[in-house]
Design a protein around this ligand. Sequence first.
Ligand SMILES: [Zn+2]
Length: 103
Amino acid sequence: MKSHRSHLLERIIKAGLRVKLRQRVVCVGIDDRGRIIDITTNQSYMPRRGRHAEERMIFRNPRSLSTIILARISKLGKLMPIECCDTCAKLIKKRGIKIEVWE
Ligand SMILES: [Zn+2]
């Protein structure tokens, strides 16, 4: 996966810039063979709480998902610090998924 890192970063930034919200969060789902299976972003959902990219990733990929890459993008397309929230961290742990933060 390492050799694809810069290409993947480009895809993450592209996906992040499409989010029309104040926070732009992107998740990349990797399966147990190291293949990219999905890319999700956060999404507005209810006035008080949007859907997190991690939640959407997990709900969309029931089985083969083994690692999640989590990243936050500035409106200028730069990586920003991010931490998984408690709710998503619990979900991820329960499913035995690894999380990798790019920042
Ligand atoms: Zn979350």
